[in-house]
Design a protein around this ligand. Sequence first.
Ligand code: G4P
Ligand code: NA
Ligand code: NA
Length: 194
Amino acid sequence: MKELQERIIRDGKVLSASVLKVDAFLNHQVDPQLTMNIGKRFAELFADEKVTKVVTIEASGIHFALATSFALGVPFIYAKKKKAVTLTEEVYSAPVHSFTRQETYQISVSKQYLQAEDRVLIVDDFLATGAALVGLTQIVKDAGAHLVGIGAVIEKSFQEGRGLLEKEGIRIESLARIESMSPEHIHFIEPAAT
Ligand code: G4P
Ligand code: NA
Ligand code: NA
């Protein structure tokens, strides 16, 4: 997605060999127009899949799930990272290992909102190690629902996430695929036409 790639080049900051800071427009301050366009793009890419639910994980996936589900005309669910006191009903849960924080946490989704009949599109801000996304796919599987694919806003293709998920036969659509990056240069895999 050209608009996104240009924005990453303009306002993204490469903090280290593996960390891209996009706080200016994507996951702290948020550009609503760009966010809505990203949602439209995911909706177009998965238009033929009869998606019934969009699923993401709190916090940075939520606005992209909103934009995508709005464009598709279906609800979205965000998996919770902490078991809330109000989340008393039965839940599907999966462990996620955070490599940045070196800890494992549980993510959960109420069984009420995810059914075997559902056709699920997972979206998230980053596809990196894939840890969070693997956890989400586990939850979709446990619900017996059909996973139509994953939409990632930014993919760091030099990390293992895509390989891990493709091995499971999952369709992945990333709107900006970073092959390599340094403070001076960000190289995308395929210059997006649209
Ligand atoms: P993932 O590939 O499934 O996203 O899992 P990973 O464990 O690799 O990523 C851990 C967290 O770090 C995720 O956020 C992910 O979005 C974020 N992340 C990974 N790489 C980058 C990066 O280069 N830049 C930025 N800004 N974030 C990155 P999270 O723990 O789910 O937290 P939240 O921000 O969504 O609340
Ligand atoms: Na995230
Ligand atoms: Na994040």
